[in-house]
Design a protein around this ligand. Structure first.
Ligand SMILES: Cc1cc2nc3c(=O)[nH]c(=O)nc-3n(C[C@H](O)[C@H](O)[C@H](O)COP(=O)(O)OP(=O)(O)OC[C@H]3O[C@@H](n4cnc5c(N)ncnc54)[C@H](O)[C@@H]3O)c2cc1C
Length: 371
């Protein structure tokens, strides 16, 4: 693109910080930088016309870790590490709610329920056995007993009669959350340009030279928040993981409220606007889902529809209104990568399936790395 003198001077000269990616991490990074350095010139570049990774595609669970996940983590981590993981998620949601306000993101505290399939009876019994001790372990964080038993009040089928609920988990409206973050960023005089993909960068004496699909420019610091797409720019241990979602048309008198997950968290559903949003099934075909390409596959879509029909809404007529997918960034380890990559380049990536919970914290931490 042949930029005019005016275009270059107004948008791309004397940039102090350029953030790549306008998901929850990119936007909170930019906002936190502006808070630290109010006079800094901050630019956010986003390859999509809208933010286009996971932050606008997800299920909007404000979750901290189900009982079976915590049990599994306790077999590979120390108690202290597990408490830290849960604490970070709780802090992240607290930060997001404080920054944007519950009304702006439609935050609702309906609880997060772990539903157990009949095949998972042994796991359920183990969770039951450990419930009180895990509640004790997490009491300092939640100041109450997180995990409670609930009857299957919503008539789900092919599951065990009771599920284990995290009383302090909630749900939010993902689209409203990103819109509120964009609004906040614009109020802080942060420039956001869409439709621009950063293709490569190189560090020089005067900062970082950035090449996009349209033009090139210089910035003092580069902050990379591209999560599942991270390896296109960085050599870090992050893999893309696609997740497919379906949503029903509004259902009359829908009673189901809350966030639900089953099969080790590989499936998740919730109510939203009298509809059921249902996602997951990546475990049916990890290989195909290890991609940065959006899309859906027959095997996963069929299974989602089948479970919706036989398990979640067995007695209710419904129609599917829409289908989409999002790209997460995952790795062997659960912790995100928040680090200085080189003198003037930083990253906050690999948020796994908990990015709503920890995203704002990751952005804030990345902003603290710069000096
Ligand atoms: C279907 C689904 C359901 C989920 N459900 C939940 C949930 O219920 N609760 C929860 O806590 N988490 C959930 N997650 C995970 C959560 O959404 C992510 O962890 C989080 O959104 C990651 O945020 P991010 O800002 O790091 O990445 P993203 O939101 O992916 O943002 C990265 C951005 O960078 C842009 N980008 C990439 N490469 C470039 C480039 N070269 N140049 C410019 N821009 C670029 C992308 O377009 C994208 O907008 C879910 C994810 C999916 C996909």
């Amino acid at each position: 693109m042949n930029l005019s003198y005016w275009e270059y001077n107004s948008w791309l000269s004397n940039l102090d910080f350029t953030v790549v990616g306008s998901g929850i991490v990119g936007l909170t990074t930019a906002i936190a930088i502006k808070k630290r350095y109010p006079k800094a010139k901050v630019l956010v570049l986003e390859k999509g016309i809208l933010p286009q990774g996971a932050s606008t595609k997800n299920a909007g669970f404000a979750c901290f870790g189900s009982i079976s996940e915590i049990l599994s983590d306790l077999s590979t981590h120390t108690e202290k590490e597990v408490i830290e993981l849960v604490q970070e998620r709780y802090e992240g949601i607290r930060l997001l709610r404080k920054m944007l306000g519950d009304k702006q993101i439609e935050f609702m505290l309906f609880g997060g329920h772990e539903v157990f399939l009949e095949k998972d009876k042994a796991l359920y019994e183990k969770c039951l056995e450990k419930r009180l001790s895990i509640n004790r372990l997490l009491r300092p964080i939640f100041r109450g007993d997180a995990f409670q038993l609930h009857e299957n009040n919503y008539g789900f089928q092919n599951i065990l009669p009771r599920y284990i609920t995290h009383e302090f988990e909630g749900q939010l409206n993902t689209g409203m959350m990103v819109k509120a973050l964009l609004k906040k960023a614009r109020e802080k005089d942060i420039t956001i340009l869409n439709g621009l993909a950063v293709e490569q960068y190189s560090e020089g004496v005067h900062g970082v030279h950035v090449k996009t699909n349209e033009f090139e420019f210089k910035t003092s610091k580069l902050m990379i928040a591209t999560n599942g797409f991270a390896t296109q720019l960085l050599k870090e241990a992050v893999q893309p993981a696609r997740a497919q979602v379906i949503i029903t048309r509004p259902i009359k008198n829908l009673a189901i409220k809350g966030t639900f997950h089953f099969d080790e968290g590989y499936y998740y559903f919730r109510n939203i606007d009298n509809r059921i949003l249902f996602g997951g099934g990546r475990n049916l075909d990890f290989k195909t889902e290890n991609t940065t390409q959006f899309g859906s596959t027959e095997v996963i879509q069929n299974q989602l529809e089948h479970l919706l029909e036989t398990m979640i809404l067995p007695k209710t007529k419904f129609e599917i209104e829409a289908r989409w997918s999002g790209i997460m960034g995952v790795g062997q380890q659960k912790r995100p990568i928040i680090k200085q990559v080189s003198e003037n380049v930083f990253c906050g990536i690999r948020l796994g399936g908990m990015g709503i919970a920890i995203g704002s914290l990751v952005g804030n931490k990345m902003a603290q790395l710069v000096s």
